[in-house]
Design a protein around this ligand. Structure first.
Ligand code: CTP
Ligand code: MN
Ligand code: MN
Ligand code: MN
Length: 347
């Protein structure tokens, strides 16, 4: 308690984290709309250099509703918030959090298992009426490894492996790290790569070839290849879609190296996306994230600029045309914004 009183930094994180617990719980309760409101509020708090000390200081902050401000006030006064404590101790929340921490288990499956009275992994794995799909099977099999954060050093080691596989198939293709690591994060839950191929059509053949190569090298532990469903005629989309339509794959690969476990490899989650060349800038922007930044940028484009932005394109409603872009800079220019560096996109 004393410590909390003396440290503004700690309190700031405490408040942001508290709002994130509320957001997560709302997601588990099937209320994504309200959940998003709390995620935005948490993100605003975390972006402040100093935590607000009094309620009045939160008055002019964006995205903070009455509810969020009440929680901030309670934490500044008592060091904790009773509603958050209640959620953290709630059996349903704890079980949903545990189950959805498994790769391949979303809120629906987690809820289903909870409603059947299951509370532990052991109970799930021993329940004869439960059939795990391939993704969930891999999720349990490699649970420990893929729950462990991936370091930047590991991400760079993986980049060399992915690059080697890609250029052995198409020598003039290139690979870039995207996702959280591109935003400068030191750790991630996976490593995201975007592949640039010089000729039309290569974006469809490169991923199956990389997967084949990883198989032959005996480093492929799981793969889910999603072929392209990209079609410019179906754009633009008005709804926020987390998923894009490019050719992509979700993998678990073996990364060699001495581990604390005594093994000489660990399992790591890797995502690869291969957009058509003329879509590259949009795909890069979309895959760099963060998810919240993407949402906010799209909302800004729509409300402030009358343009529809998604993973694939930018559509100008005033002229009914798609705006082309070779680089991310082009996209920000179309939106009338100064370039926003990847490390400034950690919303
Ligand atoms: N993404 C996507 N399609 C998916 C999954 C992710 O387009 N099926 C995009 C998201 O829009 C996000 C980016 O890929 O902006 C990275 O997603 P993810 O790896 O989940 O998150 P990170 O920001 O990289 O965070 P972490 O370090 O936890 O991986
Ligand atoms: Mn999950
Ligand atoms: Mn990632
Ligand atoms: Mn990812």
């Amino acid at each position: 308690m004393m410590e909390l009183k003396n440290s503004r930094i700690d309190k700031k994180e405490l408040r942001g984290d508290a709002l994130e617990v509320l957001a997560e719980n709302l997601e588990f309760c099937g209320n994504p709309g309200l959940s998003l409101a709390f995620r935005r509020a948490a993100s605003v708090l975390k972006s402040l250099p100093d935590a607000p000390r009094r309620l009045e200081e939160t008055q002019h902050l964006p995205c903070l509703g009455e509810h969020s401000r009440a929680i901030i006030e309670e934490i500044s006064e008592y060091g904790s918030c009773s509603r958050v404590e209640e959620i953290l101790n709630d059996e349903r929340y704890r079980t949903m959090k545990l189950f959805s921490s498994v790769f391949g288990v979303g809120p629906k499956t987690a809820e289903n298992w909870f409603c059947r009275g299951l509370r532990t992994f052991e109970q799930v794995l021993n329940d004869p009426s439960i059939r795990l799909n391939r993704m969930q099977t891999a999720g349990f099999l490699f649970y420990e490894d893929i729950s462990k954060p991936v370091s930047r050093t590991e991400a760079i080691a993986l980049k060399i492996i992915v690059e080697e596989a890609v250029t052995s198939v198409i020598p003039s293709a290139s690979v870039s790290i995207t996702g959280g690591f591109r935003r400068g994060k030191e750790f991630g839950h996976d490593v995201d790569f975007i592949i640039k191929t010089p000729e039309a059509g290569q974006e469809d053949s490169i991923l199956p070839a990389v997967i084949e190569r990883f198989k032959r090298q005996s480093i492929l532990l799981y793969s889910d290849l999603q072929e392209s469903t990209f079609d410019l005629r179906q754009l633009p989309t008005h709804r926020f879609e987390a998923m894009d339509h490019f050719s992509k794959c979700f993998l678990i690969v073996k990364l060699k190296g001495e581990q604390e476990t005594g093994r000489d490899w660990r399992a790591v989650r890797v995502d690869l996306v291969a957009p058509p060349l003329e879509r590259y800038a949009y795909a890069l922007l979309g895959w760099t994230g963060s998810m919240l930044f993407e949402r906010d940028l799209r909302r800004f484009a729509r409300l402030e600029r009358g343009k529809l932005l998604d993973h694939h394109a930018l559509y100008d409603k005033a002229t009914n045309t798609f705006l082309s872009a070779n680089t991310e800079e082009d996209i920000f220019t179309h939106l009338g914004l100064e370039y926003i560096e990847p490390w400034q996109r950690n919303a």
